[in-house]
Design a protein. Structure first.
Length: 393
């Protein structure tokens, strides 16, 4: 098979890139090692920046998001037994975020790709990429139903996640990685119960961080900070709800509606960046190039911004016959990525209990939180980053 762009990975970044390229008249194929059901079963992020919503609209898949998603114009910070609202929309000149789960985004993109009859291969085994150096003619090989297939292409987009084959195929001397692993995780549950509040609650508590989020008016997503050594089996639903109540203000604790969990898991937290993000005719995007702790709600949004830059760069290359966009792809993405990494690191440092920080560290967190909620400048800095920084032209 021959195509212009081979996209490795059928998560939201790969599917969004494929849809944007299709809209630009660029032929592409998506190759995924997992099944479609497995990809849809991943429980991930749920907060979309306004710029991500605009990209989904550009891709022609935003209708259900606007119909079913929840527009949020603020968040709440909880500390010292009280909640303090950050008015995102007022502080950013009218911008907001959208609550719409990653699973739903993926579903919409899958449906659009299927409706257009675009080439997608699921359950591809032994995926490998070849000859992606500058001036080469790249190839992708994979096995399906016992048969080896080869795709000849002009570019490869590595949207296959942190453990994918694309970044691993780059020669070690050509790439540099930066990483921080945090000394705790998030125990999260999904439950079909109404959210405890209309907007997200981020709680700094002496027992550890907690987050009250949601996927819809009838489905809630809750998290509590836990030890990296903890096990899901150690946490009954009742134990989780009891711990969450302890970390909330009295009003939220009283209003919390509990119920059986439909998903429960522990996620480690890490910050990770790979530089650069282009290697000849191979581009990395999304989790293949960077990971952020989920505290700042940046993971899916960074992936979307990557493919936004890449789709425009490839459209410029094919339709405008200019390589400036692809030549600057890595530089543009990384400038935005490091700002989002900084924000996510800062939010994580501000809200979690760190084993070695002691009482002095707790006092510093409280002072920072007091400053944030009492300072227009401090609140504005948080709001600008939370709704998403602007794209570079």
């Amino acid at each position: 098979m021959k195509t212009q762009v081979a996209i490795i990975g059928a998560g939201p970044s790969g599917l969004l890139l494929g849809q944007l390229l299709y809209k630009a008249g660029i032929d592409n194929i998506v190759i995924e090692q997992r099944s479609a059901d497995y990809v849809l079963g991943r429980i991930r992020a749920g907060i979309l920046e306004q710029s991500t919503c605009e990209l989904l609209d550009e891709a022609g898949v935003g209708q259900r998001m606007h119909r079913e998603g929840l527009v949020h114009e603020g968040i709440e910070l909880c500390f010292g037994g009280a909640r303090h609202r950050i008015d995102l929309t007022r502080l950013t000149g009218g911008r907001h975020v959208m609550v719409y789960g990653q699973t739903e985004v993926t579903h919409d993109l899958m449906d659009a790709r299927k409706a257009e009859g675009l080439a997608t291969v699921y359950e591809a085994q032994n995926v490998a990429i070849h000859d992606f150096g500058a001036g080469s003619r790249p190839r992708v090989t994979y096995q399906k139903d016992g048969i080896t297939h080869e795709v000849e292409c002009e570019f490869i987009a590595g949207c296959d996640g942190f453990h994918g084959v694309c970044r691993a195929s780059v020669p070690a001397q050509a790439i540099k990685t930066y990483e921080r692993v945090y000394p705790f995780g998030w125990l999260g549950i999904l439950a079909d119960v109404p959210p405890v509040a209309h907007e997200l609650i981020y709680s700094n508590h002496e027992r550890g961080f907690a987050l009250c989020s949601m996927r819809s008016p009838h489905r809630s997503r809750y998290y509590v900070q836990c030890s990296l050594d903890d096990k899901v089996e150690n946490w009954s639903d009742e134990a989780f709800w009891d711990e969450l109540r302890r970390r909330l203000d009295p009003q939220a604790a009283e209003q919390l509606v509990t119920g059986p969990s439909i998903e429960k898991s522990i996620a480690p937290l890490r910050s990770f960046v790979a530089e650069p993000m282009r290697f000849g005719r191979l581009f990395l995007a999304g989790d293949a190039a960077h990971i952020v702790p989920p505290t700042g709600a940046k993971g899916l949004n960074l992936a979307a911004s990557d493919v936004g830059y890449l789709s425009k760069a490839l459209a410029e290359y094919y339709n405008g016959k200019s390589s400036e966009g692809i030549d600057r792809y890595s530089e543009k993405c990384l400038r935005r990525i490091w700002k989002a990494e900084r924000f996510s690191w800062w939010m994580t440092s501000l809200l979690h209990k760190f084993p070695d920080n002691g009482e002095f560290g707790a006092k510093m967190q409280r002072a920072e939180l007091d400053y944030l909620v009492s300072s227009v400048a401090g609140s504005t800095a948080l709001a600008e980053n939370y709704v998403g920084l602007p794209f570079e032209a």
